[in-house]
Ligand binder design. Structure first.
Ligand code: ADP
Length: 211
């Protein structure tokens, strides 16, 4: 019997093209789950993440509307490793619970966008991991352009994560995003087609035995 679903953890480095690849997986018919989106939803006023953040940091991290001041909190945890750990301890468990809840409802190929998959040792939660990687110079260029950052600020954000070569050594699949978006999308299509053949999730009698 095929399993009901095959869950791929999709990661990258900041700006390597993870969101771009996720969108193509979705267009190809994969079910997609975004941890960023779950985190943002839970951090809305009154949400589980919001409550956890207020418990951990006090109301001083809220803006005038009562929402989490993401910029201020981001700047604080970027400077202070202990504060970052506190934020992660407060918010990650509920995010992962919601991820499990959502993936359990889906079938076939499911792709979850996980920004710090390897840094947080989450690989065992997935049936396979896929990495979107590009050359460091290209990564710096894309981060600078997308986030309107100075060269130094972009380099700092990139350095805060594991180097891509360390992630390459761990990923089951690597999508190289040094060329055009079209070239990245073609790799996504090939990977999705391959996984769908094995784990399409449409039960079909004996033909599905021993995939
Ligand atoms: P991530 O989600 O990994 O941070 P994104 O998918 O947002 O990365 O890509 C980073 C930026 O680079 C975005 O502005 C995106 O549109 C752009 N980008 C991604 N892939 C390519 C590509 N192959 N060619 C040109 N620009 C790209």
């Amino acid at each position: 019997m095929k399993p009901a679903r095959f869950v791929v953890g999709l990661t990258g480095g900041i700006g390597t093209g993870k969101s771009t690849a996720l969108a193509e997986f979705s267009r190809r018919g994969a079910s997609v789950v975004s941890l960023d989106e779950i985190a943002r939803a839970q951090a809305r006023p009154g949400g589980e993440g919001w409550k956890a953040i207020v418990r951990a940091f006090g109301r001083g991290v809220l803006d005038e509307t009562g929402g989490v001041d993401r910029r201020a909190l981001g700047a604080r945890v970027f400077r202070d490793a202990e504060a970052l750990r506190r934020l992660e301890r407060a918010t990650h468990p509920a995010i992962l619970r919601e991820m499990d809840k959502r993936t359990a409802r889906l079938s076939g190929v499911v792709v979850v966008d996980v920004p710090l998959l390897f840094e947080k040792g989450l690989e065992r939660r997935f049936d396979a991991t896929a990495l979107v990687a590009c050359r460091p110079a290209e990564q710096r260029r894309r981060v600078r352009r997308r986030d309107r950052l100075s060269a130094a600020a972009a380099a700092r954000r990139i350095r805060a994560q594991w180097p891509l070569r360390r992630k390459r050594a761990l990923a089951d699949f690597t999508l190289d995003n040094d060329g055009s978006r079209k070239a990245l999308n073609a790799q996504v299509r090939r990977l999705h087609a391959g996984l769908s053949l094995l784990y399409g999730g449409t039960p079909n009698g004996n033909a599905d035995e021993n995939p």
